[in-house]
Design a binder for this molecule. Structure first.
Ligand code: AMP
Length: 542
């Protein structure tokens, strides 16, 4: 017997219309590419999203068509999120930090009909225009006064198109499983693959972001997503903020420490989300300039492991609570968040910090388990580590156009490619990406553990550990590190520091100092490049 509840589909358009009614005056503040700070309300955003839907229909965009964005975090990008998905098309966010050829590949693979771009990326598009000829047009996200004299075919001005329509538009209702957003994974190996989110998965994921045991986003918050809207939908912030009516602050193109800090202070931001590399820049700026926060309460660190020293600095020096979180594009992205349980109320500061280094416990909606090489379940004892598998309503079932083939196990689990432990309380800790662990004489060395310890050494700014072939042990770790400005730290200092927390066999066989480390388009260490660069490196232990 079916229940007798109404079967209203979960629609993205309902999120923005809800915000327009219940959080009408709540602000969305953006640092624009053109320069000035722009501010308007959720009510304005809803009206302009409806207007945009009419623009798209006029341009000939239909349900299921892909419409690309190449844009920073800003109010027009919000309108695209809601306007495109709301009218039944698919908003395809593209990471502008990818190589131009990869961007061309993605646009063609997705068969994007139109592309909306911030002014910043016009030169990039001019470079690849010859390779993306199937696009029907490129819309520059600016007003008439700022339109560039670009060498691009079928170029339109966003504000001119918007001025040609009103906001009298009724969002259509359709199957909630309809695709709404498309995001290609950064693709450190092979070509990028598209993850296709649905209205249903996105709305359900927003509920998780708003739960106290998730990100805890709520009406009291002023949220600044430093994580870009082209990196898994800014981790769901644009939707969750509409759901709860949090004020949104969008940093635009300026992600440096000084600009982020200024925006956090002037807009009295309470919560912010980003990858460790951006926090490194912010904390370095604040320390160098003796700055303090006046409103920030918590920060969500994810995308890569949060180093101990970073958690300590945020909490002790700047009085900002850290929520370490884990997820991936294939998971919309949130899987776990490291929130304490009531049983942790009385634990010591040292134990709390130890716990915060873990990526946390699953949010409701995410099932997870760890398995060995044969697919057998491993115990949740905090020690056994194995491949981390997940399943749930906002986790992918396959890549766009079937790339990569059948990706789920027979019983419906998705292999994350991460290696992890899970403790008896359900707290998961990533020990590595499966391809990054160093397999030394039958033992596995976690590159993340060594890196975390290395960045805690005074004078070290960033560190990467990779496996280098070794005739006796198969692989041994090589540490590649960047010193802080003017630091005098030596190889011996660094190894002595590592000895405090690592066993002898886990210590790197050598240390190389470099001026900078390569990063992926989403700000993570690009270990594939390091591995190929150092594949013939002669370790002193050979
Ligand atoms: P992406 O899809 O680009 O966001 O990358 C997802 C991958 O980033 C995951 O599979 C992990 O390997 C890594 N990752 C995300 N969050 C964390 C975290 N908190 N700690 C360690 N690795 C993480």
């Amino acid at each position: 017997m079916l229940g007798l509840m109404q079967d209203r589909p979960l629609m993205i358009s309902d999120l923005i219309e809800f915000a327009a009614i219940h959080h009408a005056k709540e602000e969305i503040v953006s640092r624009t590419v053109e320069g000035p700070i722009h501010r308007y309300t959720f009510k304005d955003c809803a009206a302009r999203s409806r207007q945009l839907a009419k623009v798209l229909i006029k341009l000939g965009v239909g349900q299921g068509d892909r419409v690309a964005t190449l844009a920073w975090n800003g109010y027009r990008h919000m309108e695209l999120y809601y306007g495109i998905s709301g009218m039944g098309a698919i908003c395809h966010t593209i990471n502008p930090r990818l190589f131009p050829e990869q961007i061309a590949y993605i646009v063609n693979h997705a068969e994007d009909k139109y592309l909306f771009t911030d002014l910043t990326f016009v030169p990039l598009l001019e470079k690849i225009a010859g390779q993306i000829q199937k696009l029907k047009g490129i819309i520059i996200m600016t007003d008439d006064a700022h339109m560039p004299k670009a060498n691009l075919p079928n170029m339109f001005c966003y504000e001119t198109l918007m001025a040609g329509v009103d906001d009298d538009y009724q969002w259509p209702l359709f199957d909630e499983r309809t695709a709404c957003m498309l995001c290609y994974t950064s693709g450190t190996t092979g070509n990028p693959k598209g993850v296709l989110f649905s209205h249903r998965s996105t709305v359900l994921h927003s509920f998780a972001v708003c739960t106290k045991d998730g990100v805890g986003m709520c009406n009291e918050d002023t949220v600044l997503p430093v994580v870009p809207m082209f990196h898994v939908n800014a981790w769901g912030t644009p939707y969750a903020a509409a759901m709860c009516g949090a004020k949104m602050v969008m940093p635009g193109a300026k992600m440096d420490g000084a600009s982020i800090y200024e925006l956090m202070e002037t807009e009295q931001v309470t919560v912010s989300l980003g990858v460790p590399t951006v926090w490194m820049m912010l904390l370095a700026y604040m320390k160098e300039n003796n700055k303090k926060f006046s409103s920030m309460k918590r920060t969500i660190i994810g995308g890569a492991a949060a180093p101990k020293s970073m958690i300590e600095t945020f909490e002790k020096e700047f009085k900002v609570s850290v929520i370490h979180a884990w997820g991936m594009t294939e998971m919309s992205p949130i899987g776990t968040a490291c929130n304490m349980k009531k049983t942790h109320k009385s634990i010591s500061a040292v134990d709390k910090l130890r716990l915060q280094l873990k990526q946390g416990r699953a949010v409701y909606g995410v099932d997870m388990k760890i398995v060995d090489g044969e697919g057998q379940d491993l115990p949740w004892d905090g020690k056994a580590f194995g491949n981390l598998l997940v399943r749930g309503p906002w986790i992918t079932s396959g890549y766009f156009k079937g790339e990569g083939g059948q990706i789920l196990t027979k019983d419906g689990w998705f292999d994350t490619g991460d290696v992890a432990t899970i403790d008896p309380d359900g707290y998961m800790q990533i020990t590595d990406r499966s391809k990054d662990v160093i397999k030394s004489g039958g033992e596995w060395i976690s590159s993340i553990d060594v890196e975390n310890s290395a960045v805690g050494c005074p004078g070290i700014a960033e560190a990467a550990v990779i496996a280098v072939p070794h005739p006796k042990w198969d692989e041994r770790p090589l540490l590649i590190a960047v010193k802080k400005k003017d630091a005098q730290v030596t190889k011996e200092d660094l190894l002595n520091h590592l000895k405090k927390t690592l066993a002898k066999w886990q210590l790197p066989d050598d240390v190389v100092f470099v001026n900078e480390l390569p990063h992926t388009a989403t700000g993570k260490l690009l270990k594939t490049q390091l591995r190929s660069q150092y594949k013939n490196y002669k370790l002193p232990t050979v």
